[in-house]
Write a protein of this length. Structure first.
Length: 273
């Protein structure tokens, strides 16, 4: 597992590798950093950061060879969830909300010790410090891409345990594409991705199933303005040896999955709105 850097002076909110293609990959939940002093306020379980999208930077490390830029969050989603709106609006009515600043893990266990849950002022401060710079960079890069190419595709990369009874029933498909029920990207792109996924014998897939895209997909995906957004939520069984601490990476699974991800990004690159 990638090591968690020490605290002290705050690291950059995000890491960005620019590209020259009309596709941008965003990885909002790959970070593992915590601001100074936060770990001491968290429970022992919370400090393991169990809901991290593990190894996203490894899975997508080929992207820049395709000319695709990569924006990766460096801080944990427990600091602030970059795939939720700053207003903490509900994404999936009737389902448990994981929140802009989560208090519970996906499995329902406390993240913070008693009386240590962030108050409204702290939530606002975290939003200003972490959420706004990240989204300002997305806005800046999509604007640049669209000015150069006339269109842009935002690819929001995620992963999650395949079984989380509190959040969804049963077992997730391997590949979960989200387009906000077709509102965030052109149907031609969604069809191309589905067709490509259908050629992969090792994976199951679904379009707009349990995961339809979070804030990033829903907010930035504006096909009428020639900006298309797709979220891909990977079941972690597609690249981990086992789903649980220490979340061991499977080299064989990882290599096979990276080949599939490269095919999907090539679909996005070949898309001409």
């Amino acid at each position: 597992m990638a090591s968690r850097k020490g605290q002290g002076q705050m690291e950059a909110v995000y890491s960005f590798i620019p590209g020259d293609a009309p596709v941008l990959v965003t990885l909002p939940h790959a970070g593992q950093l915590l601001p100074d002093g936060l770990a001491q306020r968290m429970t022992e379980h919370g400090r393991t950061l169990p809901d991290t999208d593990w190894y996203m930077e490894k899975l997508y490390d080929f992207s820049n060879s395709l000319g695709v830029g990569i924006l990766r969050a460096n801080y944990s989603r427990y600091v602030v969830d970059l795939n939720r709106g700053a207003d903490d609006g509900v994404l999936y009515p009737g389902r448990p909300s994981t929140g802009l600043v989560p208090h519970l893990t996906f499995s329902g266990q406390p993240i913070y010790q008693d009386a240590q849950i962030p108050d409204e002022q702290e939530v606002a401060e975290r939003t200003d410090l972490f959420w706004r710079p990240y989204h300002a960079r997305i806005e800046q890069e999509l604007t640049r891409i669209k000015e150069k190419w006339g269109w842009a595709v935002l690819w929001d990369g995620h992963s999650i345990a395949s079984k989380i009874p509190r959040l969804f029933e049963g077992v997730l498909p391997d590949l979960n594409f989200g387009t906000n029920m077709g509102a965030s990207c052109a149907p031609e792109l969604a069809r191309a991705l589905g067709a490509q996924a259908g050629t992969l014998p090792h994976y199951t897939h679904v379009l707009d199933g349990r995961f339809k895209g979070g804030y990033t997909t829903r907010h930035y995906g504006q096909p009428g303005q020639h900006i298309h957004a797709v979220q891909l939520e990977l079941a972690q069984t597609t690249y981990l040896e086992s789903e649980g601490e220490p979340w061991p990476l499977s080299p064989a699974k990882t290599e096979r999955l990276k080949q599939a991800l490269a095919k999907f990004l090539r679909c996005a690159l070949a898309f001409k709105p």
